[in-house]
Design a protein around this ligand. Structure first.
Ligand SMILES: C[S@@+](CC[C@H](N)C(=O)[O-])C[C@H]1O[C@@H](n2cnc3c(N)ncnc32)[C@H](O)[C@@H]1O
Length: 246
């Protein structure tokens, strides 16, 4: 069992599992989980001489605490993918590969509380990382993670959306046609134009094909020097979405 919450110590938030026997927070200290377990959400209490509060956490807290394996999809791209997927409460989505499960968690939140994410990960090391990261979320019961490759001969799964973050999405397109509900979207995230080209060739008969690259410009928040930050993230990936209308 796990019981993840935010522990706010003097205004700084830390994601902790209240069911842990011992909780350790760097720069603060170690203390038994039972010292905070019974505390009410939002009510201040004293811990090791500091003012603390327990609060609910957000997806962004989980994302910034993920154990890193392969490169994760960033929030700017996740937001567009969730929007284009058309997913909503109760939906079923198939994903591959799961990687570090950053995108998986957002998909699970989109279909919660009664939807389903079926995600494939064929690298055993990444599978373990993903499992660990999913443990941190309240949506882990909505996620079925399969330690196998998603390939054309995989048995079809009836899905409202299919989300692919793997090197050769073009190899999964025929499978996607057989698995997607009519009117459902396939989303693919690829870093290079070469992959976009390969994918487009395989999208014969698909509708509403869109290729998007999301550019995010961060600003520094100094009130006396309000301006964009000097360095910018140049490129993450292209998002290709397409609709299967049968
Ligand atoms: C870039 S990572 C995915 C990152 C993930 N979207 C995230 O946000 O954390 C790609 C993953 O796909 C896995 N993979 C590649 N081809 C696959 C396939 N056909 N079936 C299942 N997993 C696959 C790789 O092992 C790798 O872990």
């Amino acid at each position: 069992m796990s019981n993840w919450n935010l522990l706010i110590i003097n205004g700084s938030a830390h994601l902790v599992d209240l069911d842990s026997e011992i909780i350790e927070i760097s720069g603060f200290g170690r203390f038994p989980g039972e010292a905070v377990r019974g505390q009410k959400l939002g009510s201040a209490f004293d811990l090791l001489g500091e003012k603390c509060l327990i609060a609910r956490y957000a997806l962004s807290d989980v994302q910034s605490n993920l154990k890193r394996g392969p490169q994760i999809v960033l929030p700017k791209d996740i937001a567009w993918m969730i929007y284009k997927s058309g997913l909503a409460t109760g939906g079923t989505v198939v994903e591959a590969g799961c990687g570090s499960a950053a995108l998986t968690l957002a998909l699970a939140q989109a279909v919660a509380p009664n939807g389903k994410v079926i995600t494939f990960e064929n690298n055993p090391r990444h599978f373990k990382i993903a499992e660990k990261n999913l443990e941190m979320s309240p949506w882990k019961d909505l996620v079925e993670i399969r330690s196998s490759e998603l390939e054309d001969k995989t048995k079809e799964i009836e899905a409202d959306a299919i989300v692919l973050d793997l090197p050769n999405p073009n190899e999964i397109i025929e499978w996607s046609k057989r698995s997607l509900r009519v009117g459902g979207f396939m989303l693919s995230y690829v870093p290079t134009v070469n992959q976009v080209e390969n994918l487009l060739v395989s999208l014969e008969g698909w509708k509403e094909i869109e290729i998007v690259e999301i550019i995010q410009r961060d600003w520094q928040s100094k009130s006396n020097a309000l301006r964009p930050k000097t360095n910018m993230l140049g490129h993450t990936g292209f998002i290709i979405s397409a609709r299967w209308n049968g």
